[in-house]
Design a protein around this ligand. Structure first.
Ligand code: ATP
Length: 290
């Protein structure tokens, strides 16, 4: 086998809580992650040169050591020093810097691809320990499906799939820095935390309406204040039939959950003709066969 193509799936957060700031500066979070049926394609080809080259369909994406797919190759090569060179092409469909874990998904897909291409037979757990060195979301991107994530996001408990529904993603044209969000998040006794355990119970009970009643992202307390457009999107989602609407991760993507396809399609068309029209994607939960 000389080449392989792997799908790199995006995620959303079904409820996101920040529990505390840790002495090492990171934050402990508690969130439920859900893979959605939106993916980049990571194509890996062996070459006869020793070098690794990364390219993509997006001219502004870094293709050097800053790219997470490149970093994934480096980390894999530390265990298996490969003689071949590699050429990696990322066909990006997941919006970049969106709160959808696009970079982490590409890193996870690269590790999976290399493991298959070189028949190195690393187990999922072994891939997860490698992936954790690349970023807190990479272990989830290797696991996929529905999962509770704790710690900095790396401690995972696989959950039953969330009920079927339609998910409309809208990424406004703004840049939100994750670091800035954490620095401006004030946690005290007054803070109303999302009910992650309640969402967990609703997932276990296959209760879509129980989930949507509790969707909440604590990071919105910073981002919505600074970017009123996020609130506008949430309101518009609900006016157009979303059961609930919330920001994913540290944003700025806002998603709405619909139980009715025709309402979701209508909302999609409406957002597509709005100033946020560039990144509007109607998708569904994706759960891999286990
Ligand atoms: P998360 O939800 O994990 O916080 P995100 O969706 O907000 O991630 P990404 O799309 O992963 O953000 O991109 C964040 C940064 O990572 C960008 O500055 C981008 O340049 C860089 N990056 C490195 N490699 C990649 C990649 N393969 N795809 C996308 N971004 C990448």
């Amino acid at each position: 086998m000389n080449s392989i193509a792997i799908k790199a799936y995006a995620k959303i957060n079904l409820g996101l809580d920040v529990i505390r700031k840790r002495p090492d500066g990171y934050h402990d979070i508690k969130t439920i992650m859900q893979t959605v049926n939106l993916y980049d394609t990571v194509s890996i080809k062996k070459t006869k040169f020793h070098s690794v080259t990364v390219s993509s369909n997006l001219s502004y994406l870094p293709t050097d050591h800053r790219n997470l797919a490149y970093k994934a190759v480096q980390i894999f090569r530390e265990i298996y020093p490969l003689r071949d060179g590699l050429s990696i092409f990322l066909n990006k469909r997941i919006p970049v810097s969106a709160g959808l874990a696009g970079g982490s998904a590409d890193a996870a897909a690269t590790l999976i691809g290399l493991n298959k291409l070189y028949k190195t037979e690393l187990s999922l757990d072994e891939l997860i320990s490698l992936g954790a060195k690349l970023g807190a979301d990479v272990p989830f991107c290797l696991t996929l499906g529905t999962a509770l994530a704790e710690g900095i996001g790396e401690k995972l408990e696989i959950l039953p799939p969330m009920p079927d529904c339609h998910i409309l993603l809208v990424k406004p044209d703004i840049n939100v820095s994750t670091k800035h969000v954490y620095e401006n998040l004030h946690l005290d006794e007054e803070t109303v935390h999302p009910d992650i355990d309640g969402i967990l119970k609703a997932i276990k009970g296959n209760d879509l309406y129980g989930i949507t009643a509790l969707l909440k992202n604590i990071m919105e307390s910073v981002t919505v204040r600074e970017y009123p457009i996020l609130e506008d999107i949430k309101v518009k989602m609900k006016e157009n039939g979303a059961l609930a609407s919330v920001m994913s991760g540290s944003g700025p993507t806002v998603y709405g959950i619909f139980d009715d396809l025709s309402k979701a399609e209508k909302a999609r068309d409406l957002f597509k003709s709005s100033p946020c029209g560039k990144h509007v994607i109607l998708t569904k939960p994706y759960n891999p066969p286990r």
